[in-house]
Design a protein around this ligand. Sequence first.
Ligand code: PGD
Length: 799
Amino acid sequence: MSDRPTTSHWGAFRVRPRPDGGVLVEPHPDDPAPSPLLAGVAGSLHHRTRVRRPAVREGWLRGGPGTGAGRGREPFVEVSWERALDLVAGELARVKREFGPQAVFGGSYGWASAGRFHHAQSQLHRFLALFGGYTSSRNSYSLGTSLVLLPRVVGDAEAVLRAASSWPTIVRHTRLIVAFGGVPAKNVYVTPGGVTRHTTPGFLAELAAAGTEVALVSPLRDDLPDGPVTDWLPVVPGTDTALMLALTHTLVAEGLHDRAFLARCTSGWPVLERYLDGRADGTPKDADWAAPICGLAAERIRALARRMAATRTLVTVTWSLQRARYGEQPVWAALALACALGQIGLPGGGFGHGYGSMGDVGDTGPALRLPFLPQPANPVEEFIPCARIADLLLHPGEEYPYDGTTRRYPDVRLVHWAGGNPFHHHQDLGRLRRAFARPETVVVHEPHWTATARHADIVLPATTPLEREDFGGGRRDTHLVAMHRAVDPVGEARDDHAILAALAERLGFAPEFTEGRTPRQWLEHLYGQWAEQLRADGAGDPPPFDRFWADGEWQLPGQPAERTLFAEFRADPERHPLATPSGRIELHSPAIAALGLPDCPGHPAWLDPPERPGTPAARRHPLLLVANQPATRLHSQLDVGAASLADKVAGREAVEVHPDDAAARSVADGDLVRIFNDRGACLAGARISDRLRPGVLRLPTGAWFDPVPGTEPPLCAHGNPNALTADLPSSRLSQGCTGQHALVQLERWTGGDPPPVTVHHPPVLLPCPDPAPSPTPGPGPTPGTRTAPRPDPAPEAVR
Ligand code: PGD
């Protein structure tokens, strides 16, 4: 059989179906640096955790809506598609009739799979908008804080993210990169929607060859590949803002700041300067002040500031830094530091946000808008910032501030999720379990029995891209890739589109949802419209659909490789003002100041995070856990793939521990350890490493959450760090996610036989009792009540 083209968030590739139903995966021939994640595709496809039939939680099938205390604890009953669809359609109709459409939460955050048509969230949002509306969610877990801050201080978040100075420009002009959070190579393999040629690893090698210095500011040495010349400043996690302020202070104190740039291109500098030199609060933010906070010598801070002023310097901040309490501050303070240097808008100088956070930041591909599924307006105005999902479910009717407004959580009765894994991505999963016990009904479309599927009432098995036809491409991708179907759907899995079309049929709006097209007709239609628009704009001349499909891809028209962020603005701020109130970069924002928020004042400031070494909270939990992105999977996707499985230690997620911290706790490499705080605990396998700061642990996100039955707060047997993180917002301004850091303690496991990892096996599945009467509605949500936990099935082979 011939190779089938396809693409994914981790790259384009070719699939060769094998006679036994499996697949062989080959990287795209033009990809100079294919992702290691490709190794996980074949094994995930037919893994035993695939959801093979629609399934309904036993307690819901018996007792109906309002039996949520059993979620995540009870077995499932497999039912026919007809029955499952009738149940879901009935619930959607009932909840809308009794409570209104805003009682349906379809925020459905999550990465899902690549593919412009079958993208699960796009399908669900279109469906729910046509259904009559739904409570939606805004922003992202990736960047929720910056997406609110940046428009206020530079006018447009998209400009900073999409128009970032390009890697060729940086390689050519930059002499020093001061990289807060580094440029973590593991993340550059991923771009939402797809990437055909991974170019960033090559640019990083060129950077090293060019002799560009990189000052890596991170507690983790692996946040920068070994190539470039490196000065590693192992800052205490969460204290970068203090360091940035001290660097800026040094520039000013030594007369190295660019007064002309500050006057011409920024507003509010005098207010920030008064804060920096201590006139505002009596504390100069000098290097001596910052040194004990960030754990770096004062002289080293001063020396770095001088070096920055002496050469072409780029200040970069990864997105991970804003995924923390007061996450606005490091972004804003880095911007202020770059402004004080005065190199914003000069080739190779200035400010960048997200190099190494995602593959497309700084990439050279042509930022063309690709075909997309049309989204009707949502008639319901209710939304939440996405990281407030637990608050939404726990506190209906409660007020909360967001981006200068006061909002109220609607009363959600039905949760409909497709393409995301909140029991991976949300913080404080023990709290999320309590929140998920509240709605009357939870519907999840999932290819795999993830923890989210296990916390649903009705689970609808979804296909993955290899089982359907689509096309895909990411921002700054070089190709639009035809995604050919390579294998038959696994079990009875259906495409999200087919599931929603069947629901729309039952609810009476199928013609509006499908517009009478089959999926293949949708592809032809969306492609045709897009091609026509490109031609009309003179932006390109795509081939007819049939040729594109047969060729397997179309190379998108290119654009110049060199790009400098804010070049036009710098050249003439009068003619090219920013979309801020002042038209300049706002180093003091009167609008933010007027909100009077103690956790986000009107200028960048050092706000001491509650969870940092040396604080009272650190007495019992002295280690600072960094929960960053994994190198062996995408978030929780491919956790059952080969790369992720090969990286586990003692059958659990690996936690990196500094030798000093390990020795103090008699922990040896490969030991099973328990990591805990008051919010929860997890097991992990110790990996001793001197590539991180003493006192710091690294436990990446994405090991499927596996709460041991009967544990409260939950003990995750597998090593998901969100058992430990706090469900607190970055600030009352942005309400962003703060999953990056948590104070914890670690100990060697001495509790005898450890609880097995069960989440890589399906839950208990009971045979289908069809036909049976439909459930009658129960008494409503019963938070706090609990059915007896049932033992999970004994795993066949726990690694
Ligand atoms: P994924 O694992 O990508 O994680 O959170 P997100 O929920 O996006 O989940 C996607 C789910 O969609 C998977 O379960 C997959 O099986 C399913 N899926 C894939 N394709 C399809 C499909 O076609 N149809 C359907 N129905 N389902 C599909 C990621 C989020 O986690 C992000 S973006 C970030 S940046 C956050 N990072 C952190 C962090 O740094 N630290 C902590 N502690 N926590 C974080 N959580 C956040």
